[in-house]
Ligand binder design. Structure first.
Ligand SMILES: [Zn+2]
Length: 1076
């Protein structure tokens, strides 16, 4: 069979392109010079005049560029122009209010002037006088600069103008009436930074401190709406012609329609435009069949709460972006806008109340749609389980209070991986739907689904959708809607997809042009249906079609950005410490209230501190992918949480134990030791003595309670520390015995009761290794697999191992190493009496560039899987690299512990502030420090202190108590001088099963008479446990994570306490109403 003649399509394209479109351009251009430029581009695309076109696709691409240029250069879009009557400005280093700005000292300014340096703000006063002759015309105030601007009118923000976000016009009137004011004053607040900050040379480079922004345009213009509409018609038609393909007759129809439009259109005579537009409308209104895919388009504007700009600038970004959305909604009542992050709403509420009131109106109309349910779009890996709960609790509370409803979908399009515990937490917070897209960034494997059920470690499932266009910043282009369908892996099961349009990351949001493009594609044969929709409409229809969907079990691991588990170690440490501080303040304050009704639970202070911590968990802050200014802000927030947290803890302890504590500092008779964890602990503590001296003491403290210690316990076996003739040192405490060489290597680690050696013959554990760490592009984010090929063991000894504590209750040794060219590391290795793990208190002076420091523990354990703690549970990941899915996880994350076990024996590695980890074959590695240079050239340079510990164990990690020991390492016992000689130990809560962790004890939100306790099953087992409490509980009921009582009513209160049933990794919250 003969192939169809190929010439036909080519000929048609050539004919239209060469002849008609030249013709069109001739007629659309008013100015000869500009036309010549365009014709130059035209000829370069088409070759010599009259020469045959190389390929139709290329020619059409050239054509599209031209059409776009017509729009961008405003050759016909804008008619007459008129400069401002006056333009004046003043500059300020601070972000000031409108009220403060308008009384500033303005000096004359000019278009063409530049302003700076970076992060300063320039306020302009613009007097405008619209010519009378412009009656009946659409008049815009055009403002073009490379900084982000906000237009203020009558003391209110009215329009965000950002050239990078394709917003340069503030529409003054769509048809100037005589009655309208022709003279007006606007203020323009110009930030001396772009949409993506001020990176020097590249977007993610550290900000250029001396960048200046130029005011390129400030003028009144007449906007030719009819020309604009024609150009959008042509753009869509030409994209259809270009992209639908030769085999699709719609591409020909689109092309011929464009050609006909050119024929009927005379640009010198606007009365010919409607006829041309009718031709376009005719083809756009040819409908699809019933089977066509439906794209649910929703306006969106991803605003990173801090990233390449500081938090303070984000507040203004929100206002600029959202006021623009409000203006668009006024003109386009069908526009919907999905908007996440309660924190950003709260910022706009407090800084821009007028704008916020308008937003509330559009929320009520269902157009401005709060989504996500969380305080910020947090990192999906590193926050603790309780932090994740609080992201939802603070977020959903805010949405309920402000908008009268909670969100029903979790919205996290841009986070670097998603914990396998999230499905359960979502469901506990009223959410059964989840939208993201970040896994499209996987470097190695393509994720197999776009719409699927995601099942977490406990079995909870949520309906999950990845917009198949792989972006949250669509522009409403034909290309994007076609990709959305083509790329969609589940289009056999579901016929609907999300399409989020609007400039994002630095803010910006949707534009009128995006909307106008999509209006033309609402139901046009050959293109997917594009309907403006809402998350609820999308998920409702996906739910209906969900019967055939596949299920993905376990974490959504992002195969990229794995350096974010380690970068900016001080932020990671701040996060872990502050999570502990807020936990302890809540436990102790709750107990104080129960003991002493006069004590006021610090609810509002805790809310404030939690919100600071949650803010710092934003997905470019906790991961460390932000600029130095953000790091400084974040560390300051942690300092505040530490300071106020310490005060609140002190107040709670004073109230809880008032009778036992010393009336004033002085001679100490005894020590009060508090334990905020839900199990009894016997540990060596440092005991505050008179004159600030400290002595060691072995103490036993009951679960979530306290004990008064007068006579410390004697250990069954003291720690012995011995130096050997070869300079190595052995330490032993009756539980474990270790041998360390002069370099601090662990050459032997024995578990005494099983006589089992943990370190393989000839290997060193506690081996530091330095790697070259040069990612392809995303410096702070990425560690590439090839870094593993550059491993160099750290071998330069500065100070050999020496004994620092000779034993007894505690033995310790110390040594120092040189790391790399100029960094140093000093480590104190500590063994306490009765303790089953060896602690490594580490100090590093870090001065590296593009290096990665890890510590390695080769262990004598064989297992194909290692276990890593995650939020309220753990996951297993392979230790081999069989498949691409396995080796793509060469660097993973964990919380407080990781473990490698075979039957009957294993070794766990615990830590107090690290998250990056890996286990390859039999080597456990903890990632300690990185040294990326972008976007913060000072990242991680300086002093670091952290602790990790190694714990060999018999049996499984569950039976050996690894989970509890890792908590103990992170939640030290709290000792205060006391005056009383005697007092029985007191416990507020205990749980009968070691599989159950009572994680959280807090006052119920808004209910001072009630306490919420949260427990989870930590072993991966089905278990029934009793929760005992000495608090006066009169009523108990299960509640969800938002603290809403469960339907089944009150739980029976027995002698043994509350009987609670758990399935593997189940998280339960219980509301306890106290009888005081
Ligand atoms: Zn982001």
């Amino acid at each position: 069979m003969a192939a169809p003649p190929p010439q036909a399509h080519d000929y048609a394209l050539e004919r239209v392109e060469k002849v008609r479109l030249r013709h069109l351009l001739h007629r659309l251009q008013p100015a000869g010079a500009s036309l010549l430029i365009l014709l130059g581009v035209l000829s370069s695309s088409w070759g010599e005049q009259g020469a045959p076109c190389p390929t139709p696709g290329l020619a059409l691409a050239g054509l599209t560029i031209l059409i776009c240029r017509v729009a961008i250069f405003d050759l016909r879009l804008f008619g007459d122009r008129c400069p401002p009557a006056s333009l004046s400005c003043f500059q300020t280093p601070r972000r000031i209010s409108y009220d403060e700005a308008v009384v500033g000292e303005f000096r004359p300014a000019e278009v063409g002037e530049s302003f700076g340096p970076t992060w300063e703000t320039c306020w302009f006063k613009v007097e405008l006088s619209i010519p009378l002759a412009w009656a009946g015309r659409e008049v815009h105030f055009v403002w073009e600069s490379d900084g982000e601007a906000m237009v203020w009118r009558d003391a209110q923000p009215v329009q965000g103008l950002t050239k990078e976000g394709e917003k340069t016009s503030y529409i003054l009137t769509s048809s100037l009436k005589e009655s309208e004011p022709h003279s007006l004053t606007l203020y323009v607040e110009l930030a001396c930074n772009g949409l993506f900050g001020a990176g020097k040379g590249s977007m993610i480079a550290p900000p250029d401190p001396d960048r200046r922004v130029t005011l390129n345009k400030a003028e009144l213009v007449i906007f030719n709406r009819d020309v604009y509409e024609l150009l959008v018609d042509l753009e869509i038609l030409l994209d259809m012609a270009r992209l639908l393909g030769e085999e699709n007759q719609r591409s020909f129809q689109a092309l011929y329609t464009a050609n006909q439009m050119v024929n009927v259109c005379d640009v010198t005579d606007p009365s010919t435009f409607p006829a041309a537009r009718d031709l376009a409308a005719a083809i756009f209104s040819q409908r699809n069949g019933e089977s066509q895919h439906t794209i649910h388009a929703m306006g969106h504007c991803h605003i990173d709460s801090a990233w390449l700009w500081p938090y303070e600038e984000t507040i203004r970004k929100c206002a600029r972006s959202w006021v623009t959305v409000v203006r668009l909604m006024e003109r386009n009542p069908e526009l919907t806008f999905a908007c996440s992050q309660a924190q950003q709403f709260e910022w706009v509420r407090s800084w821009y109340p007028g704008l916020y009131a308008q937003i509330l109106d559009f929320v009520a109309k269902g157009q401005f749609i709060p989504v996500g349910g969380t305080w910020v779009e947090m990192d999906g890996n590193l926050p603790s389980g309780e932090s994740m709960v609080r992201q939802f609790l603070q977020g959903q509370q805010f949405f309920q209070e402000q908008f009268g409803r909670i969100c029903t979908e979790f919205w996290l399009p841009d986070t670097f991986g998603y914990s396998a515990q999230l499905p359960q937490l979502m469901r506990g917070c009223g959410i059964q739907r989840f939208l993201t897209q970040k896994l499209s960034w996987n470097l190695v494997n393509t994720f197999p689904y776009h719409t699927f059920f995601w099942e977490g470690i406990d079995g909870s499932r949520v309906l999950t959708h990845f917009p198949p266009g792989d972006s949250y910043g669509m522009h409403g282009l034909v290309e994007e809607v076609l990709k959305t369908v083509k790329n969609n892996k589940d289009k056999g099961c579901v016929n609907h997809s999300a399409f989020l349009f609007g400039f994002g990351d630095g803010g910006g949001g949707p534009t009128q042009k995006m909307l106008d493009r999509m209006k033309r594609m609402s139901d046009t044969d050959g293109l997917p249906r594009v309907q403006i929709s809402t998350p609820d409409q999308l998920f409702s229809v996906l739910e209906k079609e969900s019967s055939q969907l596949c299920t993905w079990v376990g974490e959504l691991f992002l195969e990229l950005h794995n350096g974010t588990y380690t970068t900016q170690a001080q932020i990671k440490k701040g996060n872990r410490e502050c999570e502990r501080i807020l936990h302890d303040v809540e436990v102790l304050s709750t107990l104080a209230v129960a003991q002493d009704s006069v004590f006021q639970y610090p609810a509002s202070q805790l809310q404030r501190l939690w919100r600071l911590l949650l803010l710092n968990q934003f997905h470019d802050v906790l991961p460390g992918s932000c600029i130095q200014l953000v790091v400084e802000d974040a560390l300051q927030y942690y300092t505040e949480i530490r300071r106020i947290g310490a005060e609140l803890q002190e107040e709670a302890v004073q109230s809880l134990c008032r009778d036992l504590l010393q009336p004033k500092a002085g001679s100490t008779e005894s020590t009060l030791v508090l334990n905020t964890l839900p199990w009894e602990r016997t540990e060596v503590i440092s005991r505050p003595g008179p004159d600030g001296t400290e002595t060691l003491a072995l103490v036993t403290v009951p679960s979530m309670g306290y004990a008064l210690v007068r006579e410390p316990l004697l250990p069954s076996q003291p720690v012995s520390v011995r130096k050997q003739v070869d300079g190595s040192i052995t330490m032993e405490n009756g539980v474990i015995a270790v041998c360390l060489d002069m370099m601090g290597h662990l050459t032997s680690l024995r578990l005494l009761d099983s006589e089992r050696e943990s370190v393989p013959e000839g290997c060193y554990a506690n081996q530091f290794a330095l790697f070259d760490d040069v990612p392809l592009y995303w410096d702070a984010w990425d560690v590439m697999d090839y870094h593993l090929e550059t491993r160099k063991p750290v071998t330069t000894l500065l100070k050999p191992l020496e004994i620092t504590l000779a034993g007894g209750l505690r033995g310790s040794v110390r040594f120092s190493l040189q790391v790399g060219k100029s960094s140093t590391l000093t480590q104190e290795i500590i063994l306490d009496a009765t303790c089953p793990y060896l602690r490594f208190l580490t100090q590093v002076e870090w001065k590296e560039a593009h290096k990665f420091l890890k510590v390695e523990f080769p262990v004598q354990v064989r297992s194909t899987d290692a276990t890593y703690e995650i939020q309220f549970g753990h996951v297993q990941r392979p230790t081999h690299w069989n498949t691409s899915w396995d080796w793509a996880r060469f660097e993973v994350w964990a919380h407080k512990w990781m473990d490698l076990s075979e039957h009957g024996f294993g070794v766990a590695l615990l830590n107090d502030c690290k998250y990056g980890a890996s286990a390859h074959r039999n080597v456990l590695s903890l990632s300690l420090l990185r040294a990326p240079k972008s976007p913060d050239s000072t990242a991680d340079i300086g002093h670091h202190q952290f602790t990790y510990a190694v714990m060999p164990h018999r049996g499984s990690f569950q039976e050996a108590g690894v989970i509890q020991r890792a908590y103990n390492l992170n939640f030290p016992l709290y000792a205060v001088p006391a005056s009383s000689a005697q007092c029985p130990a007191w416990s507020a809560f205990s749980v009968s099963s070691p599989a159950i962790v009572l994680e959280t004890v807090k006052q119920a939100e808004g209910r001072p008479e009630a306490v919420v306790v949260r427990l989870y099953e930590a072993y991966g087992s089905t278990v029934t446990a009793w929760l005992q409490t000495s608090l006066p509980v009169k009523e108990a009921m299960l509640c969800d994570l938002l603290e809403r009582p469960a339907a089944q009513g009150t739980l029976p209160l027995g002698q043994q306490g509350l009987r609670l049933s758990f399935t593997p990794f189940c998280v339960l919250s219980v509301l306890l109403v106290l009888s005081q």
